[in-house]
Design a protein around this ligand. Sequence first.
Ligand SMILES: *Cc1c(COP(=O)(O)O)cnc(C)c1O
Length: 379
Amino acid sequence: MIPFNRPYLTGNEKDNIAEALASRKLAGDGMFTKKCHAWFEKKYGFKKALLTTSCTDALEMCALLLDIKVGDEVIIPSYTFVSTANAFALRGATIKFADSQADNPNIDPAEIERLITTRTRAIVVVHYAGVACDMDRILALASMHNLVVVEDAAQAIDSYHNGLPLGSLGALSAFSFHETKNIICGEGGLLAINDQRYVVRAEIIREKGTNRSSFFRGEVDKYGWVDVGSSFLPSDMLAAFLYAQIESLDQIQNERRRVWDRYYQNLVDGAKRGWFDIPFIPQYATNNAHMFYLVCRNIDERTKLIDTLKLNGISAVFHYLSLHSSPYFSKVHDGQKLANSDRYTDCLVRLPLFSELADNQVDMISDLIMTLYSKACIS
Ligand SMILES: *Cc1c(COP(=O)(O)O)cnc(C)c1O
């Protein structure tokens, strides 16, 4: 069986964790957490990097930092993971769902324009598959209407928009190190802060609403309850794991790109024949090889494709179900049809992609797909 994902281990995770154990400092913000923070700040130019227990938590921190309240409107793509919306729904925000672009699943800037009202507070963008949203247009809209941009960069580590790292463009950004992402620690995340005004409060919110971080730096002589907050910091053992992955980032990315490029070469002809679409990378975006997907012509063809691959021992999987038509949200959705989001819901399928997927496995998967279409098993 070829799984959809196989978490990659560099081999150095155990040594790092042993070092963390030997230090007898197992809680958050230990030596490895500090190393991770410094690395992210240096490599991507974030004003402040703070590890969190998940990307979901980093997004919840964003909603707290922006003081999102009942009645505030937040614009979010419908084609995304629940956490993107939940973080803001938890604060009582009114979620305004936007459609995706026709040529890729990212939020359509024209949709953002349609949804902006006097109550809009923030725009949350999701760089789907690690491919940048149209940030020039989005940032221009945000500055024209005085809105904060939050990047859900869960899938977007080491990817760029016109040369600038994703996660450095919004005021706040959230990354994920869940085992399905490019670099991992099982469960983990990062809040990246690019606007200085959020830095002090982010540390407080992450430390249960206390100024414990300043206390440990010797800036105050006691710490106490100074704001709302929760426990968002991961154990240093997780940071130790993550640091091993960080140190192998280039190697991991090269292997993922090898797989991605091979799928592309193998399947581009099927796209030219109109059998399916393959990922489109706009000029302003890079490809961090987080995901290789096909967009089928309809849901029946996708079902047939997934079933055929499964019969051959290959796990290919569909992705998000449009949040605007979810059981939780459909009752309050404004009725607007989000055609592209629904098309990706019905037609997008992700192929296995991980560092250790061998060339011959990629070829085998690709051949099965090309054969299925060329034999016109799919009408
Ligand atoms: C993976 C993912 C998340 C959630 O990440 P966790 O670390 O599991 O909380 C959020 N948004 C997107 C777009 C994701 O892909």
